[in-house]
Design a protein around this ligand. Structure first.
Ligand code: 2M8
Length: 429
């Protein structure tokens, strides 16, 4: 594929994955609606069909629960419930979503408000977009309120994730320490069958042991009827993730702009963003490692793992310049930013946990690169942003619209015809 064909191929991928009101991430591996995928996919659609973009994001918000959470998966009732594991039966959340779809009970990074703003920038002054922003603004606010009110552990300022899948970076080395404490008994008693290995190479995917821990955490949360206070108090996995919190602060800044467009108050969003930004700098920045890390709430200590999640605070214009300089030095020195390396690896090339093909432990992801390109632009680093834009597009052009890429060879891995790769490549053209 050459760059001229990129638009055509990306459009074909999004169209083939379109499912009446949203885009599935992949027809094989992920045949339902995923929350943060949909936000990214909608950005791609904004370049092709603004109606589809607005519909996609709004459909995702339709699965919102009464407590404000936006579940990470909304299941398609037409698809075989066993096509993806864990499916609707394991989550047992059949009557929570406002639109009546069965859902999961966990969440994903809150990039939705930022995506809505980006879509409104792409579609320009279209009255249908303004009406749409007016409709979704209250839902975006209650989503953020849910995270702040229900997911801030007592005495803490940042929001916590309760499952590695909530980070979107499922088996990142950032989660190894807290995940190792999770008892696997509940999952082993279930005798379940993984479905991801039907469609992907097992050397690329999380291990069986990791899967037992993921499923045990799901069962624990479900047995407590998805009560966050219970999990914050008792679960072994309560973690402040640098990407999740940066996405929330960044989306609060976007909500401030949306508020202005719909005639609401900007101030509460600006204050929320400033508070989160200060807390990220204070509690997640590790000067010795030169990056932001996770915070393990149960163990009351930082998790010293270097990953691209730790570069996400670049999205925030309120982060102090010395921290920005340090993040940039790490991105250049350990992740190859600004070089001609095929990709920005999810874990540095020289790290002991680096694995070029295994899912979130080394491969390059277009979604993360796209977020970092936005962050570099926020920090005024236009040359670095342009360099990452070009290497990211080159991956998609040379290898195709894969789910992720080997950061050494540039080879496409995981699912082919992957929606967010196509969508964000369209936005980066
Ligand atoms: C991956 O996560 C799902 C669980 O949500 C899985 O491994 O089964 C991650 O890459 C996640 O970030 C993504 O949203 C999802 C669908 O693309 O797949």
């Amino acid at each position: 594929m050459d760059i001229k064909n990129l638009t055509r191929v990306a459009k074909a991928v999004l169209s083939a994955n379109w499912e009446s009101s949203y885009t599935v991430p992949s027809r094989t591996l992920y045949p339902h609606q995923w929350s943060w995928d949909s936000a990214f996919n909608a950005i791609g659609w904004a370049h092709l069909d603004p109606d589809a973009a607005r519909t996609e994001l709004e459909t995702g918000l339709g699965a919102q629960w009464d407590d404000g959470r936006i579940p990470h998966i909304a299941f398609n009732p037409e698809v075989d419930p066993d096509a993806y594991f864990p499916g609707p039966a394991l989550w047992s959340a059949y009557d929570r979503a406002r639109d009546g779809r069965a859902t999961s009970g966990i969440v994903q990074p809150p990039v939705h408000a930022a995506a809505a703003l980006r879509i409104s920038e792409i579609t320009g002054p279209d009255p249908r977009t303004l009406a749409w922003l007016e409709r979704i603004y209250p839902q975006l606010c209650t989503w953020h309120d849910y995270l702040r009110d229900n997911r801030t552990a007592p005495g803490r300022e940042l929001v916590s994730i309760l499952h590695p899948w909530e980070s979107g970076m499922d088996n990142s080395p950032l989660w190894d320490v807290p995940l190792a404490r999770v008892d696997t008994g509940l999952a082993r008693a279930l005798d379940y069958q993984r479905r991801d290995l039907d469609n992907a190479d097992s050397a690329d995917r999380p291990t069986d042991d990791d899967y037992d821990r993921y499923i045990s955490l799901v069962l624990d949360y479900r047995h407590g009827y998805y009560d966050d206070a219970l999990m914050l108090k008792a679960s072994e996995f309560v973690v402040e993730c640098p990407l999740f919190n940066s996405a929330l602060a960044w989306s609060e800044l976007a909500l401030a702009q949306i508020a202005e467009l719909v005639g609401a108050e900007r101030r509460p969003h600006l204050i929320a963003a400033a508070q989160l930004t200060a807390a990220i700098a204070e509690t997640l920045f590790d000067a010795e490692l030169g990056i932001c890390v996770g915070y393990d709430v149960r163990a009351q200590q930082q998790i010293p793992a270097v990953t691209t999640a730790g570069l996400a605070p670049l999205l925030l214009r309120g982060i102090d310049r010395p921290i920005v300089e340090t993040l940039l030095a790490t991105a250049r020195g350990r992740f190859g930013l600004g070089t001609t390396a095929p990709g920005l690896p999810s874990t540095p090339y020289d790290d002991e946990s680096f694995d070029a093909n295994r899912y979130w432990r080394g491969p390059t992801w277009v979604s993360i690169n796209w977020l970092l390109i936005q962050g570099l632009a926020v920090q005024g680093e236009t040359m670095l942003a342009e360099s990452l834009r070009q290497t990211t597009l080159r991956l998609a052009v040379d290898a195709g619209m894969y789910e992720y890429f080997n950061p050494v060879s540039g080879e496409g891995r995981g699912s082919a015809s992957f929606s967010w790769t196509a969508a964000l490549a369209l936005d980066l053209r």
